[in-house]
Design a protein around this ligand. Structure first.
Ligand code: NBX
Length: 798
């Protein structure tokens, strides 16, 4: 739909009022912000339907190949403004609301985040859905409609407390229920051979019921579907038991089924091995595959031709049961032979790896897999022996089942025709360290697709001030062709442009300062450098390094108050997995240090620490445009890519970072002179760990680090409980697996460089503007174009 008719303010206003009356059943005089938000959302949603239908029709008519993105997580955030931006009606929405006497921001902020994900992996899926729609790549996202998304974080006396999240308590205006699209999902039970064919009789069944959200692309030219599954009971409510007064028992089947789609697993650190998680993974995967086959057969296509019409991407190993499940459906339901079934399966599947951390790699005990999915366990063994037989005489052979565990990484690798890493460095490490043997058996199967972010949400929507300046300077259209930002480069010699660039940053910083004052009760100056580290709490991400350096800075300021310091606001945001004790301790330390430093009269405005609770997508949209400095300081070799790093640089923040993940490529793109690099490289990290005393040695070489650790150990930041951080300090001296000590002095030195650079505002402005101008490569459109070309073998339908 190229020529969507853009509504006038009056037309949109009428539509909003119509929905207020007829969808919400409210009178304008009694309507709440929520009612208005719903009315506006429904008015916008109406305008998504036409491109959505048109795209579906075109896909059917042309028989275009469809891409199916299977992910346990879609971290969408808010949808209203995103849809309004892509339809080109954000300003009209604002004016229509204002004409109705309403505050646009208040209405937009009334929307809860759809937090159906933990962090980077889930947000990447959301960016990719938006880019597929913007590029006109026919596709579906398949996920789970969790009743409760990622927990809400609050702080109580500096400690993280988790509260349940409840995004569906209010009506969710962006979805369409599809009660007619239901599939039966089985678990457990027995497998028998009948006439040479396996017959699986599940011991438990639930229904997967579809709920669709349209995802509209840039300028409303295309829209795809995000289909989320809810679990429903197969057996209805037991009326007989109810009539006997046994109310709890009557509702049992329902309660059992519902637990399946009840909560998102909040742990992105470690593999847990929980039965419910395996059931969730199979629930998503089986529902998706049944739906895919149903659609294929409805078009009267042969199953043999599936790979010509269907590409299925597994977002990490979470849906890696897709391999065995597709083989099962093709064999047991559709009567195919194993060889044909596995051939089709491999051609259809792709696998994206997002982690090298051994503790995060999924592996299921064979007894659990055999109990929950007995038929799949047989097929997994069949795939394993088929693959082994295809590669005889390999002493280094690595199988799927080993030590009574099913290794999901190996399974995904073997059942996919392409395996991809998410940054150049990460892909190299997958080849060399994670799957070296499989890489030798299948040269060329592992490829790289460096992550990307959607510039519609992360620049156009989140940063109106900078977006206007860009459009004024280089013209419209960069949102769909981010490489055009390069046209900004000549302007960095233009003092007028640089002033405007910094003025845009200033506006964002003022907004953020205001928000911090209102929400945190802390006064920060927009003149200070806003130094931001926002991401999940992990030891490898090294928030600890940041806070230790901050303590060091404070210590120096107190010793030498006359020296020239650049005032800074250190901003932290992020959640720790509920069971991750070390990460929670780091949060508490940051909070304790903030309490002391923020209230130290000797320091005044020169150093402030802010750590707002419940960091989420919406908070990222507020913080990133206001940042001067982006902290990307993971231990080299641990961060697969990072995507926050891209959002910051695109919005004109400079990065202080290690040679890890996509930092490497960001630095290449923006220029080494516009990036603050420090720290050990991935090979140096490995070498350094050879010395069992590396931590002690590094600490003894840094007087500052000794002082900092001493202060913590003495209880300077926890006077009411001086021993609070004894374990943390002990670990620093004795193990320090993530090499905080080894990188401490290099990080400090880099922070000194940052200070010096920030002191010269004119040259800082140039560096910042060059970051924005050179970040075009990191558009998720480039990434999706890469997947389409190299993995999915599909084209735009536009
Ligand atoms: O995926 C993240 C990586 O850590 C980032 O470096 C990368 O940029 C991003 C996108 O490629 N991984 C991640 O977010 N993992 C999870 O959230 C996760 C969730 C559940 C789970 C394991 C990991 N069981």
């Amino acid at each position: 739909m190229k020529d969507t008719h853009l509504p006038t303010v009056q037309v949109l206003r009428d539509e909003i009022e119509h929905h207020l009356t007829y969808s919400m059943g409210k009178d304008a005089r009694h309507a709440s912000v929520y009612d208005w938000r719903m009315a506006l959302s429904l008015a916008i949603r109406d305008r998504v339907v036409a491109p959505w239908f048109a795209a579906t029709r075109k896909t059917w008519e042309t028989g275009a190949k469809r891409v199916y993105y299977l992910s346990m997580e879609f971290l969408i955030g808010r949808m209203l403004e995103d849809a309004a931006i892509n339809l080109g009606i954000r300003d009209t929405c604002r004016e229509a609301l204002e004409a109705l006497g309403l505050d646009y921001e208040a209405v937009v902020e009334n929307e809860p985040d759809a937090a159906l994900g933990n962090g980077g992996l889930g947000r990447l899926a959301a960016c990719y859905m938006e880019s597929m729609a913007s590029l006109g790549c026919p596709g579906y996202g398949y996920g789970i409609r969790y009743e409760h998304g990622l927990f809400k974080q609050k702080f109580e006396a500096g400690r993280q407390v988790e509260l349940p999240e409840d995004w569906l308590r209010q009506r969710h205006p962006w979805e369409f229920e599809r009660p007619e699209s239901v599939y039966e999902i089985g678990f457990k039970g027995t497998v028998e051979m009948v006439d040479g064919r396996a017959v699986w009789t599940p011991g438990e069944t639930v229904l997967a019921e579809a709920c669709d959200m349209p995802i509209v692309g840039w300028e409303g030219k295309w829209a795809n579907t995000l289909r989320l599954w809810s679990a429903k009971p197969t057996e209805q409510f037991d009326l007989a038991r109810f009539n006997h007064g046994d109310y709890a028992a009557a509702a049992e089947p329902e309660a059992l089924a519902r637990t399946l789609s009840r909560v998102l697993y909040p742990d992105d650190t470690t593999y847990a091995g929980k039965e419910l998680r395996l059931k969730q993974e199979f629930f998503l995967t089986s529902a998706a595959l049944q739906d895919i086959l149903r659609r294929h057969l409805a078009a009267e296509l042969a199953l043999e031709d599936l790979p010509d019409h269907v590409a299925i991407q597994m977002n990490d190993t979470h849906p890696a049961i897709a391999g065995p499940e597709l083989v099962r459906l093709l064999m047991d339901v559709h009567g195919m032979e194993f060889e044909a079934a596995i051939d089709i399966t491999v051609k259809c599947l792709g696998y994206t790896n997002h982690t090298l951390l051994p503790e995060a790699l999924e592996r299921w005990a064979t007894y659990l897999m055999g109990t929950v999915l007995p038929r799949h366990m047989q097929i997994i063994e069949k795939i394993d022996s088929w693959h082994r037989a295809a590669h005889p005489g390999r002493p280094d052979y690595v199988g799927i089942v080993k030590h009574q565990e099913v290794r999901m990484g190996e399974l995904a690798f073997i059942t996919a025709h392409k395996v991809n890493g998410v940054s150049a460095l990460h892909t190299e490490l997958i080849r060399e360290n994670l799957f070296p043997q499989l890489n030798r058996l299948h040269p060329g199967r592992i490829i790289n697709q460096t992550n990307g972010i959607t510039p519609r949400r992360w620049l156009r929507m989140a940063n109106p001030a900078l977006s206007h300046l860009i459009t004024e300077t280089i013209g419209a259209g960069w949102e769909a062709d981010l490489d055009r930002l390069r046209a900004l480069e000549p302007y960095i010699e233009d003092a007028g442009f640089l002033d405007q660039f910094m003025a845009a940053k200033r506006v964002n910083k003022e907004h953020l300062a205001h928000w911090i004052a209102q929400n945190q009760g802390i006064t920060v100056s927009p003149d200070a450098m806003f130094d931001v580290q926002i991401k999940r709490l992990h030891e490898y991400k090294r928030q600890l390094l940041n806070i230790l350096q901050t303590i060091g800075e404070w210590h120096e300021m107190r010793d030498n108050p006359q020296a020239d310091y650049q005032p800074r606001v250190k901003i932290f945001g992020g959640k720790a997995a509920p069971g991750y004790v070390a990460a929670k301790q780091i949060i508490r330390l940051i909070k304790d240090v903030a309490e002391v430093i923020n209230n130290d009269p000797a320091i005044g405005d020169r150093l402030k620490i802010v750590y707002p609770a419940n960091y989420n997508v919406s908070m990222a949209e507020r913080l990133i445009p206001a940042a001067d400095l982006s902290e990307q300081i993971s231990t080299a070799g641990k961060e697969a890519s990072g995507t926050g790093n891209m959002k910051f640089a695109l919005n004109g923040a400079l990065t202080i970072g290690t040679l890890d993940g996509a930092n490497v490529e960001i630095r290449e793109q923006v220029g080494a002179e516009n990036f603050f690099l420090f720290g050990l490289t991935a090979p140096e990290v490995t070498a350094r760990r050879e010395d069992p005393e590396h931590a002690r040695h590094a600490i003894l070489e840094s007087q500052m680090l000794q002082d900092v650790l001493q202060m913590i150990a003495e209880g300077r930041f926890s006077p009411e409980e001086p021993g609070r951080y004894h374990d943390l300090v002990h670990t620093m001296w004795n193990s320090d697996y993530f090499l905080v000590a080894s990188d401490f002095e290099a990080y400090r030195a880099a922070q000194k460089e940052v200070d010096a650079a920030f002191a010269n505002r004119a040259s800082w402005a140039k560096m910042a503007a060059l970051n924005t101008a050179r970040m075009g490569f990191f558009s998720s459109d480039r990434a999706i174009a890469g997947y389409m070309r190299d993995i999915w073998e599909t084209r735009s339908a536009l």
